[in-house]
Write a protein that binds this ligand. Structure first.
Ligand SMILES: NC(=O)c1ccc[n+]([C@@H]2O[C@H](COP(=O)([O-])OP(=O)(O)OC[C@H]3O[C@@H](n4cnc5c(N)ncnc54)[C@H](O)[C@@H]3O)[C@@H](O)[C@H]2O)c1
Length: 452
């Protein structure tokens, strides 16, 4: 199929490269010329495992990238909108989605062939069948039916995006008419081995929000249990939750073997959730719900618990080293999770801002996210950046683990003790074995565990 994709960020570029790899002819569009140039020369502007290798296979052949949306829409049957929906003033900003809908509407006005528009950006329920449909109809002068419209949410996880896109667990297509569905589903049918769920656009939008809200809820639930365990003392919430994982309704017994489902990774004490999706999506759902007149008490608590995680880490730090002012704190991990260079809403960034406020000197490390972190923290002084972790450990009074990179979990304890001023580790990701760390003379606190 001939497909255009508007917006080549994490979602748009991964979608474009993967659909091209599956054999479709894809034209990607971005408004930023340097991004287009980079993609056309085979360099992925973002870091995602396998992305650049696949890009090199398809670029110039099955995949082209341009800033010219007219060329892209005119030469394809389907246009997928994958632009950002940033969080602003309590809700998502639809400015980019509306602009693209307007541009496509203008092109559809003159386009003779049937064309399907797909909203892939995460948008609050009712956006596709009201805002986007309205713009397309008014601007093109055509009615739904003369063109198609679907909502197809994206569930890929950053850090695993290519694999997730290539092996989806479900394909949700929200549509108001059969023709849109029939044409659009050809992108997936026979190419992907996953159930295709046909629903209406607002249900598709709600499935995306509900999926992210559930995962964020599991994280905050775990952190609430972690807080209670810490306050009690001598209860390790990690052990508690591992005990919960063993429930056969979570870890199903197959042929005498307990299978650990991926979902239990979210039932673990941690520094909390960040990234471009969970915080934004939960807050947008809260705002949407409140505008409807319903107060989503549970979702509000999910955010409240998450917001308190930074202060809890600081309290654990203070318990070990006293005053923060004048201390050197090493922060290991800057991206919001391992496998990505994305620092949007990263808990490490929040923590650094607070520690600088408290008067600390920060030495921070990340294997790939340093440049993005520098941009995010550009107005702050007292921060030194390292892309080799040993540099960040020199003379540290305490070290806080904020991203679960393998290279961090493999740190040599002897070396750690030699490099640091004080071998204090506050493990915000629970990547170290508590007993082993203590045995190696590390002053260890894992979030969710405190000795009384
Ligand atoms: N990042 C994720 O893991 C993820 C997962 C699922 C869904 N989503 C959702 O998908 C959407 C995109 O997210 P992202 O992280 O890929 O965003 P992003 O900010 O990384 O990328 C968006 C891209 O769109 C481009 N763009 C904006 N306006 C444009 C226009 N008028 N014409 C052409 N290009 C334009 C920007 O230049 C940018 O490159 C968001 O709604 C997000 O919530 C993201």
């Amino acid at each position: 199929m001939n497909i255009s994709i508007i917006g080549t960020g994490y979602v748009g570029l991964v979608t474009g490269v993967c659909l091209a790899k599956k054999g479709h002819n894809v034209i990607c569009v971005d408004k930023i010329q340097s991004i287009v140039n980079s993609i056309n020369s085979g360099i992925a502007p973002i870091f995602e495992k396998h992305l650049e290798d696949l890009l090199l296979e398809v670029i110039g052949d099955k995949l082209k990238t341009t800033t010219d949306i007219r060329y892209a829409v005119e030469n394809t049957e389907v246009s997928i909108i994958a632009v950002g929906t940033p969080f602003s003033e309590g809700k998502i900003d639809l400015e980019y989605v509306k602009k693209v809908a307007y541009d496509i509407g203008m092109i559809l006005k003159e386009k003779k062939d049937y064309h399907v528009v797909c909203v892939k950006s995460t948008v609050i329920p009712t956006t596709t069948d009201t805002v986007v449909l309205n713009i397309l109809e008014v601007v093109s002068g055509k009615k739904l039916g003369e063109f198609g419209l679907v909502m197809n949410p994206e569930f890929l996880r950053e850090g695993n995006a290519v694999e997730d896109f290539m092996n989806p667990d479900r394909i949700i297509i929200g549509t108001m008419d059969d023709k849109s569905f029939d044409v659009f589903s050809r992108i997936y049918k026979e190419y992907f081995d996953a159930p295709i769920v046909k629903t209406n656009p607002r249900t598709a939008e709600m499935i995306k929000y509900t999926s992210n809200a559930l995962l964020a809820t599991l994280i905050s639930f775990s952190n609430e249990i972690a807080a209670i365990s810490e306050e009690t003392g001598d209860i390790d919430a990690l052990e508690v939750l591992e005990g919960v994982h063993m429930d056969k309704r979570l870890s199903v017994n197959l042929g005498g073997k307990q299978m650990k489902p991926d979902i239990i990774k979210y039932l673990k004490p941690s520094r909390g959730f960040g990234g471009s999706c969970f915080p934004k999506d939960v807050k947008s759902l809260i705002n949407f719900s409140e505008r409807l007149g319903y107060t989503p008490r549970m979702l509000k608590s999910v955010i409240e618990v998450n917001n308190s995680q930074t202060e809890r880490l600081i309290n654990l730090l203070k318990e070990k080293i006293g005053e923060i002012n004048g201390k050197t704190i090493s922060i290991l991990g800057l991206s919001f999770k391992s496998g990505t260079d994305d620092v949007r809403e990263s808990m490490a960034i929040n923590l650094i801002k607070r520690l600088v406020e408290e008067g600390a000197l920060i030495k921070c490390y990340d294997p790939i996210a340093v440049e993005n972190a520098k941009r995010e923290l550009k107005n702050l002084s007292n921060i030194q950046y390292f892309d080799i972790y040993k540099g960040a450990l020199v003379n540290a009074d305490a070290t806080v683990i904020m991203t679960d990179w393998d290279v961090i979990s493999n740190i040599d304890y002897d070396e750690f003790r030699k490099l640091t001023n004080d071998p204090v580790i506050i493990d915000g990701c629970r990547i170290f074995d508590k007993k082993e760390a203590q045995y190696n003379d590390i002053k260890y606190i894992g979030i969710g565990y405190r000795k009384k």
